[in-house]
Design a protein around this ligand. Structure first.
Ligand SMILES: [Zn+2]
Length: 294
């Protein structure tokens, strides 16, 4: 967008129902054309995302317990369909009818952002922000491709498909990753490294964390390389990523001193998250492990 009025910027900074991370990386970075598109996952990235998720789980608990007791395959398949419907309904009432949801859309409009909301699972949606119609078309195309990739793997998993490859097969599709990376404005060198690693079964999160741990031993880290979240630079000293980080910093500084400050904090958190990534993934995976009886 063109020159943003200071009053609007200040009102946005004060908005409690959108996280600072989403404000900077998703809303402002896209609105200010620092990147073609951005994405947040809802409700996870809403300030009350965790509670919303818990509420949904709580509400479908009886049906889930019932489902687990059904032995007949046909009856079970029907119950699964019914549960999916119920989860979708829950998403509508708990997430889409919430104030936070409305506020997110209102601000997209005020910042002249276009949006695409994509259902990934019944209770997990992705919200894409962009300014050019063409970008929206590209994103829709990528999402349709993802559906195709997923359906293909689900129909015919093949031999070396583990649970991660089964759930997120697009994460192992080189071309698809390259295209999405370009829409999200990531440096090409970093996207290529990411896609290459995935293809070679290298855990990108662990790789990025390890690189950082090694470097931190002998030199100071410039956190601008982690200029946006869920992004893994090819190296903690990648010049292209650093350049992006400085451009973002400069743009936010110019727009409002408070934003520059928030951005500094944000990239610090991003750096910490990269460092802790393997540990976080272990925690995430642990919830799928059968619980030991004591
Ligand atoms: Zn790079």
């Amino acid at each position: 967008m063109k020159a943003m009025e200071q009053s609007k910027v200040e009102e946005f900074i004060e908005e409690k129902q959108i996280s600072p991370k989403a404000k900077l990386e998703a809303y402002l970075a896209t609105s200010l054309k620092l990147r073609p598109a951005s994405q947040i996952t809802i409700p996870a990235e809403f300030p009350s995302g965790l509670q919303m998720g818990q509420q949904i789980d709580e509400n479908v608990k009886p049906q889930l317990t019932q489902l687990q007791q059904i032995r007949d395959m046909r009856a079970r398949a029907m119950a699964v369909q019914a549960l999916k419907k119920l989860l979708e309904k829950q998403f509508e009432t708990i997430v889409e009818d919430s104030d936070e949801y409305r506020v997110h859309y209102d601000w997209a409009k005020k910042l002249e952002l276009k949006t695409n909301q994509i259902k990934v699972r019944p209770t997990v949606h992705e919200l894409y922000f962009y300014t050019e119609r063409k970008t929206g078309g590209n994103i829709n195309k990528l999402m349709r491709e993802r559906e195709k990739i997923r359906r293909k793997v689900q129909r015919k998993p093949g031999e070396n498909v583990n649970s991660i490859r089964f759930a997120y097969p697009e994460e192992f599709d080189y071309k698809w990753l390259l295209k999405l990376g370009a829409e999200l404005g990531y440096p090409e060198c970093c996207v290529k490294q990411y896609a290459e690693d995935r293809k070679n079964n290298i855990n990108v999160e662990a790789r990025a964390s390890q690189q950082l741990v090694e470097l931190v031993k002998d030199t100071e880290i410039d956190t601008h390389v982690y200029y946006t979240g869920y992004f893994f630079p090819c190296s903690p000293q990648c010049e292209n990523a650093l350049k992006q980080g400085y451009k973002w910093q400069e743009t936010f500084d110019e727009l409002h001193a408070k934003l520059g400050e928030l951005y500094q904090q944000n990239i610090y958190v991003n750096t910490e998250l990269v460092l802790r990534q393997p540990e976080l993934i272990q925690k995430y995976l642990a919830q799928f492990k059968p619980k030991a009886k004591d």
